[in-house]
Unconditional design. Structure first.
Length: 439
């Protein structure tokens, strides 16, 4: 079983001028430490306008910075918002490919749609259509990453012309794809589409076991028809996290941040009224703290022995990865680092010992099912070269046939400047008869 760390980039009020600077710099330090300790993945969300709960609006920038301070840790979009109003599929693929290249092929491509009124309203996305938008954009984004050229698409929610999207990702045909899942039905949908399930539902091991079984049963069935060009059969779950030799201290350091995480979900996705720039989610949380149910799951908050026992139950359920919410609420940077170090030294080794063999057995078992699933896919085809469009340069499109014979050199050069680059106004490779000359 593998382990990841998770970043919403939470920042409860009040703030000072350096609050966000500290938040991101400390997060980068934590990821660098996690890589050194052998943590398998870092996951960063994409959210917009969710003050205090999530300041992670540009995960591709954060993950790119992580890539230059680490060597092995996988870099996960957890998730990239795929409806075209957030990210046009062309741009989504360009960013995924570039991150994959600068990280030497370490990207995990999580996808989703978001369900907050601040985000859908901010980007003009119809909440009733966003799921269909996700399906359409995600499938076409995979095609854009894998095909040279991409043939083009006339869809219900976006249109894209024939283009060859560059660069291409280092991982071929594209990085492993995932989707955000909050319910049993969405985990089943991930399996039907042949992609990993990022389960954000905080399920206990005993709850997770039948869901994991259902996921893999579907992967092995005729219901699995990949949305991408590969099958990524994995299921991961997020969990609270704080590790300390003393259980009371582990709770003191991590439980309040975990509860704020849950309260923030409720505020932005369920019951909250929010006035941008003024509502203090932290103050609302503090006012409600005594009424928050304390006996719900705490995840991986406790002593090394408690975490070991808890994680063994997840391992027995068949879970592939546990992703820790270590940066929640007002959890302190030094406490986060100390927890990671203690976990890596006293808990993680026994699971690492079993991971390689377990993964090899899984891949061998699934190989024929994945081959069959890929055979069921209706693949997008690339037209013959002669059937591909030719796109004239803009001046050729704008000007008449007569105007195209005139030089447009002045559009790009300034003869009064030293060092101006000469840009011909017509293709020098096409020989034109000179006036008064021979044919």
């Amino acid at each position: 079983m593998k382990f990841g760390i998770f970043y919403e980039h939470q920042l409860p009020r009040p703030w000072d001028e350096e609050s966000e600077l500290r938040l991101f710099q400390e997060s980068l330090d934590q990821v660098e430490l996690a890589d050194q300790l052998g943590i398998d993945a870092v996951w960063a969300v994409e959210h917009h306008f969710l003050e205090e709960y999530a300041h992670g609006s540009a995960p591709e920038i954060f993950l790119a910075a992580c890539s230059q301070r680490t060597k092995n840790i996988r870099l996960g979009h957890g998730i990239m918002l795929m409806p075209p109003g957030y990210n046009h599929p062309f741009r989504a693929v360009e960013r995924i490919a570039t991150l994959d290249l600068i990280s030497n092929g370490r990207v995990e491509w999580g996808t989703g749609e978001s369900n907050s009124a601040l985000e859908t309203g901010g980007f003009g996305i119809d909440p009733e259509l966003k799921k269909d938008m996700w399906v359409e954009a995600t499938e076409q984004a995979a095609n854009m990453a894998a095909l040279s050229p991409y043939p083009g698409y006339q869809g219900k929610h976006f249109t894209a012309p024939c283009r060859n999207v560059v660069p291409k990702p280092f991982q071929k045909p594209h990085p492993p794809m995932w989707m955000a899942c909050s319910r049993r039905e969405s985990i089943q949908k991930a399996a039907e589409m042949g992609i990993g399930a990022l389960a954000f539902g905080f399920f206990e091991p005993e709850q997770a076991e039948p869901w994991v079984k259902e996921y893999y049963d579907i992967i092995k069935s005729d219901r699995c028809v990949p949305i991408g060009h590969t099958v990524n059969a994995n299921i991961a779950i997020i969990s609270g996290f704080s590790c300390h030799p003393d259980a009371t201290e582990a709770e003191a350091r991590g439980l309040d941040g975990f509860h704020f995480f849950g309260y923030g979900i409720g505020h932005y996705y369920v019951f909250g009224d929010h006035r941008p720039g003024h509502t203090s989610v932290w103050e609302k949380y503090e006012a409600a703290r005594d009424n928050i149910q304390q006996d719900k799951g705490r995840g991986c908050i406790g002593t090394p022995e408690q975490l070991r026992d808890h994680l063994r139950r997840y391992e027995e359920s068949g879970m592939d990865q546990i992703i820790f919410i270590q940066q929640g609420g007002r959890n302190r940077h030094d406490h986060i680092c100390e927890s990671l170090e203690l976990f890596a030294s006293e808990v993680m080794p026994e699971f690492k010992e079993r991971t390689a063999e377990r993964e090899a057995q899984k891949q061998a078992e699934l190989a024929p099912y994945i081959e069959a699933a890929l055979a069921r896919k209706d693949w997008m085809t690339i037209p013959a070269e002669d059937d591909l469009p030719v796109i004239p340069a803009l001046p050729k499109q704008r000007e008449s046939q007569e105007a195209r014979t005139k030089s447009i050199e002045g559009m790009y050069t300034d003869r009064t400047r030293d060092g101006s680059i000469f840009v011909p106004g017509e293709d020098p490779g096409l020989r034109r008869p000179q006036a008064g000359g021979d044919d």
